[in-house]
Design a protein around this ligand. Structure first.
Ligand SMILES: Cc1cc2nc3c(=O)[nH]c(=O)nc-3n(C[C@H](O)[C@H](O)[C@H](O)COP(=O)(O)OP(=O)(O)OC[C@H]3O[C@@H](n4cnc5c(N)ncnc54)[C@H](O)[C@@H]3O)c2cc1C
Length: 371
């Protein structure tokens, strides 16, 4: 039996970033089912930090995370580089763009673009993209560097990662939890952090606790060649104002997503031919790019709570069970602030995000008394 102060179930960005922050305060062991970290959602994302995602709460958490990305701490290599973000609209989508501008303006320095400005920034768009807002200070993140940096920080402080440890049994003792892996290894600690991504409700069930009602939703990405002669230098992450399509340069090619949200069980998500074809056809509708051959494709799960806000905090009426789940489509860009919030709630450090209230994140908002 391995003993620790805190067991973290899940070696994605949520579990590793929280574990790294907790490790100066306690002996932390991260238990990851797969042989490698970031195998599921954290390794399959679009890797952007931008404010056209989510609502005020997500934007506050993103803004609070930004200094970490701009000036990474010790143990982190460069974890991002500048990439402009362009949100564009046709004439009939103008009202939605105005509303989005008002929502984002408190968080980022935005430029409003007319048709000429939109096409100067992204010459690949069709002529009907006549209105735009641009954040020239967007960040493309490097999830590998982010995961490895957190892991190095965790280890430098005495924390441990155990991969290949799929937890299949959780028992609650008088003052501690015991988690047992498929292979029979046992781990004990007074505090259990459930950072199991799409599987977080299943992990709660192993512990005999009620689910939050998490909904994993599949999202698909394809990569393909840019048109011959097109320059990818300076091309922005380019998104329709509605949730229809985004694309961006990717290692000398382009990547695109039809921004699908297909309900899924927790699993090793695979791209479905329908969404792959949808991505290609929407590129044809919104841009001058014809997708002739798909170079690669993948899918991942974005897991949402019923109100689409993360659940971060202790479960009421259950000592030592901490939820860290439901980061939806913003789990990378909010990970530094959320990890600091975890540290504050568990280790008692000062509350780090003034404009966010702990109650907004508390899983207690989903707790139903069954007495
Ligand atoms: C296509 C796509 C695009 C995205 N784009 C962006 C973006 O641009 N910006 C952004 O910020 N975010 C984006 N996201 C969202 C982001 O990837 C997620 O919010 C984030 O990765 C969630 O991290 P996580 O650690 O909770 O989940 P995961 O990375 O899935 O980690 C959970 C881990 O728990 C492990 N686990 C589960 N059950 C057990 C068990 N019983 N025992 C042990 N281990 C277990 C799993 O193996 C898994 O590794 C995107 C996601 C997708 C899919």
């Amino acid at each position: 039996m391995s003993a620790a102060d805190i067991l973290v179930i899940g070696g994605g960005i949520a579990g590793l970033s929280a574990a790294a922050r907790l490790s100066p305060h306690a002996k932390v062991i991260v238990l990851e089912a797969e042989e490698q970290i970031g195998f599921h959602s954290s390794g399959r994302s679009a890797t952007m930090l931008h404010y056209a995602l989510g609502d005020r709460l997500i934007r506050e958490l993103t803004l609070a995370s930004r200094p970490f990305f701009d000036d990474p701490p010790e143990h982190f290599d460069a974890i991002g580089y500048r990439m402009p973000v362009l949100v564009h609209a046709r004439d009939d989508e103008r009202d939605a763009l105005d509303a989005l501008y008002a929502d984002i303006a408190p968080f980022a320095k935005l430029e409003r673009l007319d048709a000429a400005g939109v096409h100067a920034l992204c010459p690949l768009l069709r002529d009907d993209a006549r209105h735009g807002i641009a954040d020239l200070d967007g960040l493309r993140l490097d999830p590998h560097a982010l995961l490895q940096g957190n892991l190095r920080q965790l280890r430098s402080r005495g924390g441990e990662l155990r991969t290949g440890m799929r937890i299949e049994r959780i028992e609650r003792g008088v003052s501690s939890w015991t988690a047992t892996s498929e292979s029979g290894e046992r781990f004990a600690a007074p505090l259990l952090v459930n950072a199991a991504g799409a599987w977080a409700d299943r992990v709660a069930a192993l512990a005999g606790l009620a689910p939050l009602g998490l909904e994993p939703k599949r999202r698909t990405i394809i990569t393909f060649d840019a048109p011959a002669g097109a320059s990818l230098d300076g091309l922005p992450f380019t998104k329709t104002v509605g949730d229809e399509l985004y694309f961006a340069p990717e290692s000398g090619r382009l990547f695109a997503s039809p921004m699908d949200e297909v309900p899924s069980d927790p699993c090793d998500a695979q791209p479905d031919e329908y969404e792959v074809a949808l991505a290609a056809s929407r590129m044809g509708e919104r841009t001058i790019v014809e997708v002739r051959r798909i170079h690669s494709k993948w899918a991942g799960l974005r897991s949402f709570t019923p109100d689409r806000h993360p659940a971060v905090g202790f479960w009421p009426d259950c000592d030592g069970f901490f939820w860290l789940a439901g980061q939806g489509g913003a789990g990378l860009q909010t990970s530094p602030a959320i990890a600091e919030i975890v540290e504050s709630l568990i280790a008692g450090t000062p509350w780090p995000v003034g404009d966010v209230d702990a109650a907004e994140l508390s899983p207690g908002r989903f707790f139903r008394q069954t007495a």
